[in-house]
Design a protein around this ligand. Sequence first.
Ligand code: FMN
Length: 430
Amino acid sequence: MSATSALNVAKPLTLPCGVTVKNRFYKSAMNEALAGRDCAPAEEHVQLYHRWAMGGAGVLVTGNVMVDRTQLGEPGNVAVEDERDLNMLRRWAKAGTGDGTHCWMQINHPGRQSPATINPHPYAPSAGELDGDYARFFAPPRELTVTQIRDIVRRFATTAGIAKKAGFTGVEIHAAHGYLINQFLSPLDNRRTDEYGGSLENRARFLFEVVAAVREAVGPKFPVAVKINSSDAPIAATASAPEGAPAGFDEEESIWVIRRLDEMGVDLIDISGGTLEKPVIQTTTGAREDERRGVYFTEFAKRLKGVVRAPIALTGGFRSADDMETALNSGITQMIGIARPLVIMPGLPNRIIRNAWRGTVRLPWITTGIKALDKAFGGVLVISWFELQMNRIGQGRRPNPSIGGLRALLFAIRQHGFGALAPRRRKGHR
Ligand SMILES: Cc1cc2nc3c(=O)[nH]c(=O)nc-3n(C[C@H](O)[C@H](O)[C@H](O)COP(=O)(O)O)c2cc1C
């Protein structure tokens, strides 16, 4: 046994469904924004996932794939609602499963979090316009009927079944970050009075129905993961939400839902979070933000320890092998969820496992050099910058961390038109 193989991060993990993944690196979902208007996977997906698979992660989760091509969350989303793109999906899955890597498709529906530039007719658990600055970027959603809810549940199952057929080796249901399932869970968004609203049991019904339908579509031996918010409360100030503020989906509720998911036989719980107003990535300052926050959602993961049988993937803020070892050692997580560092350094898992690399990945401060522009486009700036880098890797080039923010914004416009500059996350709601 070599010295490096003693690392916790190098150890295989067997999931409740019986499948074993080769190590603890869990590449978190990042929308690649590589699809064209046809929402089909592109050559760049194949190349990008080949590069990541050769980088050594145990599991690669794809960017969110939509279950309905009329309901996209961001420009450049892949959508899978039938088998029209099966050949490209097969090539994508084959690339992503090279070298014994698992490649799981993340499946999503954006609900109301679907920018007006790409969707004039969004749906949500409840109708109602947004408040605040961002209202004009999101069309007011229509309330889903029960028949439409059942259709979306069926769509999740269909997409999962096609993912399996194409050769993806697992699926992750996206129940976090303010998208449709999160909207059902959150009392701020879900004001329904039928069996899908009101009590937590009712608000979670949509998620549970999606999980059950997906499980039925893929069978008992196929990994099914769920990405869920630890809460919708502000990340840095969970304990100090303004008094009298309406309660969102909170930690107690999240733990209750996670326990139920565990009982249902979910294979992995991917922990994320953030408010609908505050996305998981809060600033453009990269390493500086990381230093302030450390590993995200650690306190919540401590509360979950020993509570569920399903492995946890704690996602956000992992930048060094030492932090990864500490987290695995303490038992608060069984997988290391990691996103942005794998864009900057796609070979990071192998560097740590094989080459005993002990450095820290420092995310760049992404700036246009013009304060007002940075302020106006903060969230879009970060996302576009990482999309640009994924595009480079997809074209067989190396990521280039020295590229500036202005180039990232111009890239986004060139790829997806001016609509790409509209906020991808909403802010304020009523
Ligand atoms: C460009 C980009 C796209 C993302 N797309 C998704 C997505 O499709 N689904 C998802 O669950 N999270 C998405 N995320 C969030 C990441 O999965 C992850 O939770 C977040 O980046 C924190 O992890 P990190 O600190 O390791 O980057 C995205 C993040 C970035 C930077």
